[in-house]
Design a binder for this molecule. Structure first.
Ligand code: SF4
Length: 165
């Protein structure tokens, strides 16, 4: 089963959201936090932004940059609050690219905090990703989503109305 990076990222936050996304139940487009994401996406790093869609792995790369002869793919985050999920998502891009024999590094940029964090794919990351893919595969094969479980991110989630109204 091919798991898109956005579903993999959702799974690392909320398995229910990953299930909903796997059924094309998209997030509420009026959600203001999504708008903030779009705003950052549209206004940050204008000069070096080269957004690329890697169709064969289903990944939208925020930016590709080169430093000391090494290429990096970059994810741009709103804040450090979502840093861990951003690192997971980026490692998943690196994992999918490695499967296609493309060795590249990653970088997380947080414009509001003026931070750049380099990310590499280690052997233990590969094992962890393969383990998570199995778990995620089992969940999306289910006919019903996992029950809604209150998480700190729920009020900002695009599926909030679906889960809690
Ligand atoms: S509202 Fe909460 S429980 Fe529902 S999908 Fe979003 S994060 Fe998951």
């Amino acid at each position: 089963m091919k798991i898109s990076p956005s579903i993999f990222n959702a799974f690392n936050i909320c398995p229910r959201q990953a299930w909903l996304m796997s059924r094309q139940m998209t997030a509420d487009q009026d959600n203001s936090y999504i708008d903030i994401g779009r705003l950052i996406d549209d206004t940050s790093f204008e000069r070096e932004k080269k957004k690329i869609y890697l169709a064969d792995i289903g990944a939208m790369i925020d930016m590709v940059t080169k430093k000391d002869g090494t290429y990096f793919i970059a994810e741009i985050k709103k804040s450090s609050r979502t840093l861990n999920s951003g690192i997971f998502q980026l490692k998943y891009y690196l994992f999918l690219l490695k499967k296609k024999s493309i060795e590249i590094k990653g970088i997380i940029k947080i414009p509001k905090e003026k931070k750049s964090i380099e990310v590499e794919l280690a052997n233990e990351d590969i094992e962890m990703i393969e383990c998570k893919l199995k778990e995620l595969g089992d969940i999306v094969k289910e006919e019903k989503p996992p029950p809604a479980k209150w998480l700190g991110v729920c009020p900002k989630c695009g599926h909030f109305e679906f889960c809690w109204s």
